[in-house]
Design a binder for this molecule. Structure first.
Ligand code: NAD
Length: 502
């Protein structure tokens, strides 16, 4: 068992797991290759982690395949019990997990402690409780027959997650898959592998049988691609960019895998002239600046009624400028660094694009200097675009970068809201109940928030339409995604006349 020795030096209280987790054991990659994971606060190395490639993926898939018959036929209540124990372990190791997540991703510790860890525990607990409540149906067919459905796990599931919420997204993927009786091979993002490896270890402690859960850090183009192509993987569930989502669909074609895609977004956050402006200003800041804007559901288009736009922007800019940037491990920090240098530079390139497109920079647009110069920081950035068709109003920036657009009436607000190829989440602030519900119906998106933004809960379906992907995480929908339905016909007392009487 190998442990990186850099953990405590980097602000952790326990050493980090730095190997692949296959068949209940931590092992090195067959190639011996490793990849470094960095602290985005100052780009110092946290650990070097074993890097999986196709042969490791194959070993993990074989382990998962071997574990499937026993796990899938174990009583649903027993499967749930393992997840419930895991939820307790996550809570009792909450501080350690929060620090690990903050170090690896840059999430402010107050969020890792206050949101990521409790939401992760809640997800495992919800699906632990769900395991024995998700059931088939009896269908009222013609007399003499009984027809019922079985909900069966699909088999070995490949799961690929991004770097923006690694701890939480690992729970969103693994909890329903395991509750439904599947076995899992999960590939965390190459730049944030640490929390998923620790969860794998806690899974064992919670009583998860060997092989049911396998975690393989590695590059997308090699390990990720191998998982998406693998002929014994029955389903691949992916969260990440739309471009990679397309590659996953192509890679899945060989054995016609089930595919579930949670992709990018360009959420519209609409503020009407009858809104509670104080709530809307705060809600808009949360919508875009939480997690440095690295959220698929970020409210990255701020759509303002022209009559309140100036007052709103005065207050919004003042709030954005007051957000405390700093070391993620400092409890006073409100905004941390972006998760990598490459991503910081990509976000900053959109500031140049905004200028080139004639947008007005209202705030931010730079990396802060001083103590934070060595890290991946970007100031909260607000630009006012000239047109809803500009690239800054269409493309996902995935950073603390919000594009302001103005509207004159409801019809124009709706045109703007629905005017992208994405359709993940969007919100509106208004005191007009009829308008709120009308927009909820008419907005082309998987989620709509009325007088709030970015609410998530393990019971509430999460996913998108259009280029934001298909399938739903969370709730009963997630259990449906991770099972296939079988229809069983029983002749109870029907007399079937012969079709070919002889
Ligand atoms: P990405 O697509 O580059 O990477 C996501 C994951 O896919 C990583 O684990 C990566 O290693 C892997 N990957 C890359 N190439 C692959 C390939 N060819 N085959 C298989 N796997 C491959 O995305 P990112 O930049 O890491 O994440 C940000 C994106 O994720 C944004 O677009 C964001 O909107 C999206 N996202 C969506 C949701 C959602 O629920 N809809 C949630 C969070 C993030």
């Amino acid at each position: 068992m190998s442990l990186a020795d850099t953990g405590s030096a980097a602000g952790l209280r326990a050493p980090v797991r730095d190997q692949l987790f296959i068949n209940g054991r931590f092992v090195d990659a067959l190639s011996g290759e490793r990849l470094a994971t960095l602290n985005p606060h100052d780009n110092s190395p946290i650990a070097e982690v074993a890097m999986a490639s196709a042969p490791d993926v194959d070993l993990a898939v074989q382990a998962a395949q071997a574990a499937f018959p026993a796990w899938s036929t174990r009583s649903a209540m027993d499967r749930g019990r393992v997840l419930l124990r895991l939820a307790d372990l996550i809570e009792s190791h909450g501080d350690e997990l929060a620090r690990l997540e903050s170090l690896d991703t840059g999430h402010p510790i107050r969020d890792s402690r206050g949101l990521d860890v409790p939401r992760t525990a809640a997800t495992y607990r919800y699906f632990g409780g769900m395991a024995d409540k998700f059931q088939g149906e009896q269908i009222p067919v013609e007399a003499g027959f009984l027809n019922y459905t079985l909900r069966e796990p699909v088999g070995v599931v490949g799961q690929i997650v991004p770097w923006n919420f690694p701890l939480m997204f690992t729970s969103w993927k693994m909890a329903p898959a395991l509750a439904a009786g599947n076995c899992v091979v999960l590939k965390p993002a190459e730049i944030t592998p640490l929390s998923a490896l620790r969860i794998a270890e806690l899974m064992s402690e919670a009583g998860m049988p060997d092989g049911v859960v396998n975690v393989l850090p590695g590059l997308g183009a090699s390990a990720g691609q191998a998982l998406a192509e693998h002929p014994q993987v029955a389903k691949v569930a992916f969260t990440g960019s739309t471009a990679t989502g397309r590659r996953i669909v192509q890679a899945s074609a060989g054995n016609l895998k089930k595919v579930q895609l949670e992709l990018g977004g360009k959420g519209a956050n609409i503020v009407f002239d009858d809104a509670d402006l104080t709530a809307a200003v705060n809600g808009a800041a949360w919508a875009i600046f939480h997690n440095q804007g690295q959220a698929c559901i970020a409210g990255s288009r701020l759509v303002l009624h022209e009559s309140i736009a100036d007052e709103f922007l005065d207050r919004f800019v003042a709030l954005a400028r007051s957000i405390r940037l700093g070391d993620p491990l400092d409890p006073a920090t409100e905004m941390g660094p972006l998760t990598s240098v490459q991503h910081r530079d990509r976000v900053l390139s959109y500031v140049d694009l905004a200028r080139a497109e004639g947008a007005t920079l209202l705030s931010g647009g730079r990396s802060p200097g001083g103590e934070l110069a060595a890290g991946c920081y970007v100031e909260p950035t607000i630009v006012q675009a000239r047109s809803m068709h500009d690239r800054v109003a269409q493309e996902e920036v995935f950073g603390p970068f919000v594009t302001v657009l103005r509207f004159a009436d409801d019809a124009q607000a709706l045109r703007i809201a629905n005017g992208t190829e994405y359709g993940l989440g969007g919100g509106l602030w208004t005191s007009n109940l009829q308008r709120a519900h009308r927009f909820a119906r008419e907005m082309k998106s998987g989620m709509v928030w009325l007088n709030c933004y970015k609410r998530v809960n393990p019971g509430s379906p999460f996913g998108g339409v259009g280029l934001s992907g298909y399938g739903r995480e969370m709730g009963f929908d997630a259990m449906r995604e991770y099972t296939q339905v079988k229809s069983v016909w029983v002749n109870v007392d029907a007399k079937i006349p012969p079709y070919y009487p002889r």
